[in-house]
Design a protein around this ligand. Structure first.
Ligand code: SF4
Length: 604
């Protein structure tokens, strides 16, 4: 094979053994890698209703056909598991060299099952697998644990660890790769914690081969030139931080637990204000020519007087900035650093803190229940609550499972303040500022992620989403290919076209995909994940939007907007989406669709 190793490394933590599984070329060309291959393995291996935090859940650390090759924008990898936050399929995409190093050990993926009796770190060195005692790391934050693991690991190893939140089984827990990259959404960090697995370290020396080096290399040159030719482009200098201004101008910025879509004073969170704290360090993924991960000086909120580097992304400015009514960038840096070190998702954690502030100000939760007053704009209380969530102390235990669970347990009208889809807190783009985005959130496989296909329009939702659905489906299919290859999402800045992504796949592996096959591939993977989620109990009723997105915005650029014209418009849009996917009116894939997509032998 070219591009693939043809082998998966399986590790059982219960009896500390490992073995390899060979997969045929046909499986690789059908499921590609990353998200696609992860969906195949998760569907094949997990029985419905498997406890996400039980020893039978599996963790899949996946590369794609491009990792290990001399390309650009391929320094990322994918983690697939069953989410403890949603109880559904989860794919989380992370920067850093772990995917490349696993690939270079001679395996396309590392698959972990079982549970270690005591804290362990997994060390992969080519074909050698070691179970290393991690008692001394347990309880340590991701930053210190990463440095300690590097001290004791082979040179040039890739390190991925969880923090205290994952150890304490917080369903919003992340894992951290090389200090600055997170498996952010859906709680994969808690799945590691449930297995007593502190982290994974990998170092491989195998070299991968390319099917068509001439085409592959020429694409690398074209991609690099396009980026180098861009001038006067804010993303180049500041990364995703430039989106704070974009989102406010479009009326899409989460503000005070999504009460509004525009944050007055947002300018203090933009690069013109924040660049004075930039360190000049990038901490970016390997093979990257964009280098979006910028570092900012701040003080470690757990060790006053100690200067640290914080690497916030746009989503953190949104959920730990505007969504908490905080317009001070240094406060966002501190919240971001603390969340990364504790191993918490800044989107879900910012969302649940905003929910608590909203509930407190509305008299739904009182000071006795929370332990202290917490109002919008109060960073000290937000930091305190973040620690309580990570250690499950006091109200932090109730909030640790996210806004859906918290609202179900609190009641008293708090359900209206809980902004999520299928239990996953919404990313920092309010759909009241973009037509059709609400449908993308409602139908996204993992819940309201912003990375599951955007409609190609900048229109606001004062007309039916029906007109933009087809572009959303096309974008979703392209994104599924992007996440399976695995190429960085930000290649749209070049832009790297769908056709060029197909050329990357074909030249690396020798398969012969075309545009039509990409659509079929996207439909195949989404349908397989839909079937997984149906087995976990989801129905059409779960493809919905939270009450906040049905409220009419009263200020800013999205004044007068709701996510859809009305409920009828939403239901018609959902009908059309299902039809385009070959699913029936309940959102269930038909037998004919399953057969057409080549899934019938997998789906009994
Ligand atoms: S653009 Fe950012 S996320 Fe993408 S590969 Fe580079 S550093 Fe990683």
């Amino acid at each position: 094979m070219n591009g693939w190793n043809g082998r998966i490394l399986w590790v059982d933590l219960t009896d500390k053994r490992s073995y390899t599984e060979s997969l045929p070329l046909d499986t690789y060309s059908t499921f590609v890698g990353g998200k696609g291959l992860g969906a195949y393995l998760l569907y094949r291996e997990l029985k419905p209703e498997t406890d996400p935090l039980g020893s039978n859940n599996i963790l899949l650390f996946l590369s794609g056909p491009l990792q290990g090759l001399p390309g650009v924008m391929i320094g990322r990898w994918t983690l697939v598991t069953k989410s403890p936050l949603t109880g559904l399929f989860l794919d989380s995409h992370c920067g850093g060299p772990l995917g490349r190093e696993i690939k270079n050990t001679g395996h396309d993926a590392l698959a972990i099952r079982g549970k270690s009796e005591t804290p362990t770190t997994l060390l992969l060195e080519d074909d050698k697998v070691s179970f290393v005692d991690a008692e001394y790391l347990w309880g340590k934050g991701t930053q210190e644990a990463t440095r300690l693991l590097h001290d004791s690991s082979p040179k040039n190893s890739a390190v991925y660890v969880i923090g205290p939140a994952g150890e304490n089984l917080v369903p919003m827990a992340t894992g951290c790769c090389e200090l600055a990259h997170q498996t952010g959404r859906g709680g994969a960090g808690a799945v590691l914690g449930s297995k007593n697995l502190k982290g994974v370290v990998a170092r491989g020396t195998k070299k991968m081969s390319v099917a068509n080096p001439t085409t592959f290399n020429s694409l690398r040159v074209i991609i690099s030139k396009r980026w180098n030719d861009k001038t006067d482009y804010g993303f180049k200098d500041y990364g995703t931080a430039v989106l704070v201004e974009v989102a406010n101008e479009r009326g899409q910025f989460p503000t005070r637990n999504w009460q509004n879509t525009f944050f007055e004073g947002y300018e203090s969170l933009t690069p013109s204000e924040t660049e004075k704290w930039m360190t000049g360090n990038h901490l970016s993924c390997p093979h990257c020519i964009i280098r979006c991960t910028h570092s900012y000086k701040t003080e470690d909120p757990s060790n006053p007087g100690t200067e640290v580097e914080s690497t916030p992304e746009y989503e953190t400015y949104g959920l730990c900035g505007g969504n908490l009514g905080i317009n001070d960038a240094q406060s966002v840096f501190k919240l971001n650093y603390l969340a990364d070190d504790l191993g918490l998702d800044t989107i879900s954690t910012g969302s649940v803190i905003g929910f608590t502030m909203d509930a407190f100000e509305n008299g739904i939760l009182n000071e006795d229940e929370i332990g202290f007053p917490i109002r919008f704009g109060d960073v000290e209380s937000a930091l305190k609550l973040m620690r309580k969530i990570a250690f499950r102390k006091g109200i932090g235990d109730l909030l640790a499972s996210g806004v859906r669970s918290a609202a179900e347990r609190i009641g008293r009208g708090s359900e209206k303040l809980a902004v999520h889809v299928k239990g996953l807190e919404t990313a920092a783009w309010d759909p009241r500022g973009k037509r059709g985005l609400g449908l993308s959130y409602a139908t996204a496989d993992v819940g309201s992620s912003h990375l599951r296909g955007w409609p190609q329009t900048t229109d606001k939702p004062d007309a039916s989403a029906l007109d933009v659905i087809e572009s959303m489906v096309t974008e979703r299919d392209t994104k599924i290919l992007t996440d399976s290859l695995i190429v960085c999402h930000f290649t749209w800045h070049f832009p790297l076209s769908r056709e060029e992504k197909v050329q990357l796949l074909n030249s690396a592996t020798g398969v012969q995909y075309d545009d039509n096959l990409v659509s079929l591939f996207g439909q195949r993977i989404e349908t397989l994940i839909r079937l997984f989620n149906i087995n976990e109990g989801i129905t059409r009723n779960d493809d919905s939007l939270p009450p906040r997105f049905w409220e009419t915005e009263t200020i800013g650029p999205s004044k007068g907007m709701r996510s859809f014209i009305d409920q009828n418009d939403f239901e018609r849009s959902l009908d059309l989406y299902y039809e385009l996917r070959g699913w029936d009116k309940r959102g269930v894939p038909t037998r004919e669709t399953i057969r057409k997509l080549g899934l019938d032998s997998l789906v009994s």
